[in-house]
Unconditional design. Structure first.
Length: 378
């Protein structure tokens, strides 16, 4: 199969690699879409310490079950569409036993520490796969992972007190900031202001319900907020968010910063104003709720999405993310330009077990390097 391989920080290529084989308790997923997020940029730059090289990254993904290992969950038949929680917890360290697997002392994750989903196929633990309803396609399903992170963040805020009717500010209107905006509004927070430098993103924020959407915190007219969320990971933005808090305010550090980054905070103000600062790391028992929020339409990621790019367009997608073009970019490893190909894992046409599938309407054959559906395949 074809997969993206990062040989070392800053160096990547599309390569032929061995087909995945499901081990006991695993399934193989044909990847329909895999999202690019800030963590992927850190991995590409060599700024994510847990990542070994070489590696195939990609941890925000959904696709179709095409093979099952022994003892795989019976409710995940071949042909089912699933979204996959990339979290790999050891289950036996003191953090896991305390119910905080996202802080696992032996933490690993699909696409972060083991090969991931910027590939045509990926083998994953069946217990990490969540079946998707028919009305959610692969791109929408791939949004379950970032949404699950946002759900955990909202829960972390909720542990500090209710957000209902609380004036709130979100710094950053990228994918995570706009998902967080929708969750905050669903939780009853408000009014919610959003700060971002990119006008296109602010327009989306307004459409999603932001009461204010400005390019700089100075445009908030001296307002103070009970709740602040940083969704950028930029130290200056974190400091600005803390500066916007009212007395008794709560701050969620949600964006991913480089490990060596630091901020300046007045300890007197934290003491005197009873400011609470908390963090939110990845996913913790929040993936199922994320799938439900997508399926029910409570959270609508469609205004964030751009047309997926082929695997060979990974570098272009990264450049667009870095340049702030669009909001959410996905890679579709098996790419049909017309978007009309629909595949089934018909055993009679499988080649090498995984890589050939029949059109459900009998209109063509999906090969490893070309999807024959309408003549516009890449």
């Amino acid at each position: 199969m074809r997969a993206l391989v990062l040989d070392r920080p800053g160096s990547f290529r599309v390569a032929d690699v061995p087909d995945p084989t499901p081990q006991a308790g695993q399934i193989v997923v044909r990847v329909e879409c895999c999202g690019i997020c800030g963590t992927d940029l850190h991995i590409l730059a060599g700024e994510f310490p847990p990542t070994p090289y070489p590696i195939t990254p990609g941890h925000e993904f959904a696709g179709i079950v095409v093979a099952r290992g022994a003892d795989a969950k019976p409710d995940l038949p071949v042909g089912a569409r699933v979204a996959v929680d990339p979290s790999l917890y050891c289950g036996y360290c003191r953090r896991c036993r305390a119910g905080r697997g996202n802080l696992c002392e032996n933490w690993e994750a699909i696409g972060d520490t083991v090969n991931g989903a910027f590939a045509e196929y990926v083998a994953v633990p069946a217990e990490n796969a969540y079946r998707l309803p028919d009305h959610l396609d692969g791109q929408l399903g791939a949004m379950a992972e970032p949404l699950a992170c946002a759900v955990h963040g909202i829960r972390r805020l909720g542990m500090l007190g209710p957000v209902s009717a609380e004036p709130t500010v979100v710094i950053g209107a990228g994918t995570m900031g706009l998902l967080m905006l929708q969750l905050l509004l669903h939780a009853g927070a408000g009014p919610v202001a959003v700060v971002d430098r990119v006008g296109e993103r602010l327009e989306v924020a307004r459409k999603l319900g932001a009461a204010q959407a400005v390019t700089d915190a100075s445009q908030l007219d001296g307002a103070s907020f009970a709740v602040a969320v940083d969704a950028t990971g930029a130290p200056a933005a974190v400091e600005a968010a803390i500066g916007l808090l009212d007395r008794g305010g709560r701050m969620l550090v949600f964006g991913v910063s480089p490990a060596e980054a630091a901020i300046r905070v007045s300890p007197f103000r934290v003491y005197n104003d009873e400011i609470t600062i908390t963090g939110s790391m990845a996913i913790l028992r929040s993936f199922g709720e994320a799938v439900h929020l997508l399926a029910s339409g409570v959270v609508d990621p469609r205004p964030l999405l751009s047309e997926p790019l082929p695997l060979e367009g990974y570098g272009d997608a990264v450049d667009r993310v870095r340049a702030g073009q669009g909001i959410k970019w996905h890679v579709r490893p098996l790419y049909c330009r017309c978007g009309e190909a629909q595949w089934s894992a018909a055993p009679e046409v499988q080649r090498r077990g995984l890589l050939t599938f029949a059109r459900t309407d009998g209109g063509g054959t999906c090969l490893r390097n070309a999807i024959q559906c309408c003549g516009s395949a890449r």
